[in-house]
Write a protein that binds this ligand. Structure first.
Ligand code: DGL
Length: 282
């Protein structure tokens, strides 16, 4: 198995694609924003649908999976990697940067925190995410890098991911779960809430209803897309012409991926999904 960083192959670096991975389908919320902002770029999206969710797993397992995902994507010949998964971004980003030193890598925590820092007036910011993301304290640390004075209130919401994966995000059930999780955050008078998980933008209407209209919801997808463009532009790797193609890779049967993919991207993605096996990657 080749172990290169994918940056040394033939051809012009600028013509290579952007790699994006997530534990499953949720990262399509990030892909959607990147595609809008960078329509000329080819994108290789890997959803590790066989091993989702990452959010309840140990740090070592999340790092191992993230390494395998990145290794696979580098073999596609990518010029940059976006870690769309909040859980991987929280736990594995440094390990990935050490292992793939020639590859520009961005995660979702820093751009989302920057956006929240710009949005909050009261300095009282809520963060919701998986257990691993909340347990890592990654958003708190990132917010404090922008402003030490920000008060951060966190809440893990482990049931949100399965609710979205089961397409139940518009139901009464989703609303009840949201009330259960967000009650305590409401009491802290936050004015900004970071949706610290790829799946949560789909729950935005429900979450907004529960926390009230005065609370600004932060979906880091847009901020990540902006950062991606900034990065590529700085490295002189931005593609400015041609129609970019998207290639989807999944590690389990693509049925649910297709369904939610259609919902998120507003078109069928059936023909461009490939099933892959990652176990042999390191
Ligand atoms: N993609 C994950 C994240 O953003 C959520 C799903 C999971 O637990 O794997 O944290």
């Amino acid at each position: 198995m080749a172990k290169g960083n994918g940056l040394s192959g033939s051809g012009v670096l600028r013509d290579k694609g952007i790699g994006i991975f997530d534990s499953g389908v949720g990262g399509l919320t990030v892909l959607r924003e990147i595609k809008k902002m960078l329509p000329h770029e080819d994108i290789f999206y890997l959803g590790d649908t066989a091993r989702v969710p990452y959010g309840n797993r140990s740090k070592n397992t999340i790092i191992k999976y993230s390494m395998q995902n990145t290794h696979f994507l580098t073999e596609m010949g990518i010029k940059m990697l976006v870690v769309a998964c909040n859980t991987s971004s929280s736990v594995a980003l440094n390990a990935l940067r050490n292992r793939f030193p020639g590859l520009p890598i961005i995660g979702v925590i820093e751009p989302g925190s920057e956006q929240a820092n710009g949005a909050t007036k009261s300095g009282r910011v809520g963060v919701i995410g998986t257990r691993a993301t909340i347990g890592s304290g990654s958003y708190r640390s990132a917010l404090h890098r922008f402003d030490r004075g920000i008060k951060v209130f966190q809440q893990a919401c482990p049931l949100f991911v399965p609710v979205v994966e089961e397409s139940m995000h518009r139901t009464r059930f989703a609303h009840d779960i949201a009330r259960h999780y967000l009650q305590s955050l409401k009491k802290h008078n936050i004015d900004t809430l970071i949706l610290g998980c790829t799946h949560y933008p789909l729950l935005s209407p429900v979450i907004q209803r529960v926390v009230g209209n005065k609370v600004k919801l932060i979906n880091s997808g847009q901020a990540v897309a902006l950062k991606t463009r900034e990065y590529l532009s700085k490295l002189d790797l931005l593609k400015t012409q041609g129609k970019g193609n998207i290639h989807f890779f999944v590690t389990d049967t693509p049925l649910q991926f297709k369904k939610i993919g259609r919902l998120l991207l507003s078109h069928d993605i059936d023909n461009s999904i490939h099933k892959v096996v990652l176990e042999d990657y390191e």
